[in-house]
Design a protein around this ligand. Structure first.
Ligand SMILES: N[C@@H](CCC(=O)N[C@@H](CS)C(=O)NCC(=O)O)C(=O)O
Length: 252
């Protein structure tokens, strides 16, 4: 008859050596093609929030690196951010361009910051698409005419800064009754945050107290601080050579 195990024998028992399963293998880093701008920050913040390994591949858009044929294979719109996940669907690599699509992909893959429950997911998507189709492009144009354009175009400056002002009002109303844009903190907040920060350079945020409080609440998150800081030291004032790469692009 087998001896009944005593406390001592159980304690001394060797740990069972299991074969490393796929889930236990160290994750291969996600390649992040990035430059420290509000669109780049959306993804650096998400990767920092997730705490997954990633490797930075700077795409210096002032030097025209977004036009490199190797980058265009990943991001045919010659815009960063983009990612390559070596462990994509089916265990095979996948590339994703467009910041909104990247946030959704990462949210689905890791099951975080992008709820599965349909009603909650709809809210996150509403605010995510609101950012990629509205706040981002409008604030981008406002920046262009207020900061970068060499010509002084008062009509363009007013048109885009008015629209950003209107959009800030929309967010401010939304945030009157909630802490985050769509229930819990989500990819929608990550998408908007750096653009709101940028809008604050020409928009009086005191007019939008709920938005201001949200901006500060999100901005205090350690992952947001790290995501915003990624590559910040690489950014330099725009030169005429940068302008040649960035402005006046037409189809080739
Ligand atoms: N809709 C794109 C926009 C990305 C975008 O505009 N990226 C800019 C920097 S913020 C860029 O790469 N610009 C390079 C260029 O203009 O050639 C996204 O959300 O990913």
């Amino acid at each position: 008859m087998a001896k009944k195990p005593t406390r001592k024998s159980v304690k001394r028992a060797r740990p069972v050596r299991r074969k490393a399963t796929k889930a236990q293998k160290p994750a291969k880093p996600i390649a992040l093609y990035y430059w420290p701008t509000p669109n780049g920050h959306k993804v650096s913040i998400m990767l920092e929030e997730l705490g997954v390994p990633y490797q930075l591949h700077p795409i210096d858009i002032g030097r025209g690196e977004q036009f490199a044929p190797s980058f265009l294979k990943i991001a045919p719109n010659n815009r960063m951010p983009a990612i390559v996940d070596p462990d994509g669907p089916g265990g095979r690599p996948v590339s994703v361009f467009e910041s909104g699509a990247i946030l959704q992909y990462l949210g689905r893959k890791y099951g975080r910051f992008y709820p599965q429950e349909e009603r909650l997911r709809i809210q996150v998507e509403e605010w995510l698409f609101w950012q990629v189709g509205g706040l981002g492009p409008m604030a981008g144009q406002a920046n262009h005419f207020l900061v970068y354009a060499k010509e002084d175009l008062p009509y363009a400056k007013k048109r885009y800064s008015d629209e950003v002002h209107r959009l800030c009002g929309v967010m401010n109303k939304r945030l009157a009754t909630r802490k985050f844009l769509a229930g819990a903190y989500s990819i929608a907040d990550m998408a908007c945050w750096s653009w709101v920060l940028s809008a604050g350079k020409y928009t009086n945020m005191d007019e939008f107290p709920n938005l201001k409080a949200w901006r500060d609440r999100v901005g205090k998150r350690p992952a947001v601080v790290r995501g915003k800081a990624l590559g910040a030291d690489r950014r330099k004032p725009m030169t005429d050579a940068d302008r040649k790469h960035l402005f006046g692009q037409r189809a080739k």
